[in-house]
Design a protein around this ligand. Sequence first.
Ligand code: 5GP
Ligand code: ZN
Length: 117
Amino acid sequence: MNDVADCLFCKIIKREIPASIVYEDDRVLAFNDINPQAPTHMLIVPKQHIASLNDLQPHDDGIVGELVRRAAAIARDRGISGAGFRTVFNTNREAGQTVFHIHLHLLGGRAMEWPPV
Ligand code: 5GP
Ligand code: ZN
């Protein structure tokens, strides 16, 4: 499902599907994961459709930096940056990517193990 027209997160960005939105600007949207794996579990996405990290181009460096800095800012606002948080991009099948519009998972509010299973 790499097509923009069928993309779940593009539909959330266009407000065609509801989501619990926690942050928005011209380029970035952040919303709560529908199936949270930690007390804080949000997805930070670019408004432009990029299917996976495998599709990134040099001109995408800026938006990827914005996603990462936004995750850190949200963690700070939630009061979890000191205790710690995890940020994850899953890419393709073996990593468990299910939605093919890049999204940075922000997980926090509990202790986590490493390595991930
Ligand atoms: P992935 O497995 O691709 O890294 O992550 C996709 C994430 O999107 C999963 O954590 C899943 O719970 C979340 N998700 C799937 N469908 C929806 C939805 O309709 N709304 C929201 N808010 N999250 C979703
Ligand atoms: Zn999309």
